[in-house]
Ligand binder design. Structure first.
Ligand code: FAD
Ligand code: SF4
Length: 456
């Protein structure tokens, strides 16, 4: 008989909606061993085939089942420099766990939570993977300290290059630091994983905007190769009438104020409060929308998500969606905002139209179509737009010679090499917004290609 999945202990709903602490409490050693012991060790490794960085999942899961946590950590680190982070934020249901054989008869192995368990165990026990760096003379610049910059910098150091990472903000980590809230990804974990990078010998220069504090030309002159991982931090707007009103935020601004500026700790731990009304609308249904909605809820607001398709098409991770609903976020599907209405300069309501699903579009998702004469108005005093992001323009405008693709990202070839030979790019700066693991995987591919380029 197939054993049931070992449940993940979580903060009770009524407690967690009043704090920003992490919701899942993590597996104990006994729980991790019991969960890993369910693995069938399938001969054809379907789980590995869907992992964007090809982690040897059956191998590390078996090591956990045998209580060999150190070995499991080494296995994970071969393909993933930040297991504690990836285990928490990867969309496992559409990757490894989505293909797990056990999922066909029961629940799949909880691969993500086992990965986070192993990463956390290594942190708690101060474990490092054995590395023998043979120093090289060439210097590589990594622009941006998000997941793609982290993985590229780590691999370049292991090849022996001198690596300097430049980060515009006062803290490293990219979206891991400023976007994903504490209740999903504690910053303690992000900072420890970044500390491992510095231990490897990567020099991190904070508060340095390439294109402003240091010109791109200077970087081109000073380094033998460059990796651009500047992400997609510019918010996309719906261009609705009323967007300029007080009380309207982009999700980027809302989450940066919450996470990086610690608005949730105001007044004890932060100088910068955030104004959140009684009734908040978040527009969109991806991870960013869930993070914004769950943060607004924790500020005490009656929080609503407005989405033009249905739950089935929502791009958010399954776990985030479930957590948002459990916590009391109200989901309105098949609604599309048309305009934001004002009262004394502040947003006061949203006029929306009802939608229905038509034929599939080019992505294969059914296209939302407005229903005639179905407009209606609902009262909201804060509106947060979470409909996607665009690559940062400042860098692109000032990096002369870098060609741009049709999504407004940096154009690269199959080697992730840009229109300038010694410059490579990856992550959200080329895709316009994808996942942590995709960004991480591209950082690793670029590091290998930069090594080939410098060795030629
Ligand atoms: P980023 O993480 O954006 O890092 C880019 C870094 O470059 C930033 O620190 C920026 O300050 C810096 N930078 C930019 N320009 C310059 C410059 N000129 N000079 C110096 N530094 C510069 N993905 C998942 O897989 N799972 C999730 O649950 C998930 N949730 C998300 C929640 C939110 C709120 C957001 C915004 C995204 C989420 N994503 C999630 C997407 C994921 O975080 C991104 O795909 C990933 O972070 C991209 O990594 P990156 O390194 O390319 O860019
Ligand atoms: Fe184990 Fe599932 Fe991978 Fe099979 S598919 S090896 S059961 S994790």
């Amino acid at each position: 008989m197939v054993k049931e999945r070992v449940p993940m202990r979580e903060q009770p709903v009524e407690v967690r909606v009043k704090n920003f602490d992490e919701v899942p409490l993590g597996y104990s050693e006994e729980e991790a061993i019991a969960e890993a012991s369910r693995c069938l060790q399938c001969a054809n490794y379907p789980c590995v085939k869907r992992c964007p960085v090809n982690i040897e999942i059956p191998k590390f899961v078996k090591q956990v089942a045998e209580g060999k946590f150190r070995e499991a950590y080494y296995t994970l680190k071969e393909n993933n420099p930040i297991p504690s982070i990836a285990g928490r934020v990867c969309p496992q249901e559409s990757q490894c766990e989505g293909e797990c054989t056990l999922g066909k008869v029961n629940q799949p192995i909880n691969i993500g939570k086992l990965e986070a368990f192993v990463g956390d165990w290594a942190i708690d026990n101060n474990i490092r993977e054995p590395i023998n760096i043979v120093e090289k003379s060439e210097k590589v610049a990594v622009i941006g300290s998000g997941p793609t910059g982290i993985s590229c910098a780590a691999d370049l150091r292991k090849f022996g290059y001198k690596v300097t990472m430049f980060e515009a903000l006062h803290k490293a980590g990219g979206v891991l630091q400023y976007g994903i809230p504490e209740f999903r990804l504690p910053k303690r974990i992000v900072n420890i994983e970044l500390g491992f990078l510095e231990e490897l010998g990567v020099e991190i220069q904070l508060n340095t905007i390439i294109g402003q504090h240091i010109s791109f030309d200077e970087i081109l002159n000073d380094f033998d190769a460059i990796y651009v991982g500047t992400g997609a931090g510019a918010p996309r707007f719906m261009n609705l009438a009323g967007e300029q009103l007080n009380g309207v935020y982009s999700a980027n601004e809302f989450l940066i104020r919450t996470n990086l500026m610690k608005a949730y700790k105001f007044p004890e731990g932060s100088d910068t409060p955030i104004l959140v009304g009684d009734r908040v609308a978040v527009i969109g249904a991806g991870n960013v929308a869930m993070d914004a909605a769950r943060s607004a809820l924790r500020y005490g607001a009656d929080t609503h998500i407005i989405y033009r398709r249905t739950r089935n098409e929502a791009p958010a991770r399954h776990e985030e969606f479930e957590h948002a609903l459990q916590e009391g976020v109200i989901f309105h599907e098949l609604q599309n905002p048309l305009r934001l209405n004002a009262r004394a300069g502040w947003v006061d309501s949203i006029t929306s139209t009802r939608m229905e699903l038509g034929d599939p579009d080019e992505d294969g998702r059914r296209r939302p179509v407005p229903i005639e004469n179905s407009d209606f108005t609902e009262k909201y005093d804060t509106v947060i737009e979470a409909i996607g992001t665009l690559p940062n323009r400042l860098f692109l405008e000032r990096a002369e010679g870098l060609m741009v693709n049709k999504w407004g990202g940096i154009q690269v070839n199959e080697k992730l090499q840009t229109s300038i030979d010694k410059v490579f790019a990856g992550g959200d700066s080329i895709s316009g917004g994808a996942t942590v693991i995709q960004a991480l995987g591209e950082g690793r591919i670029a590091a290998k290609n930069i090594h080939d380029y410098l060795s030629a």
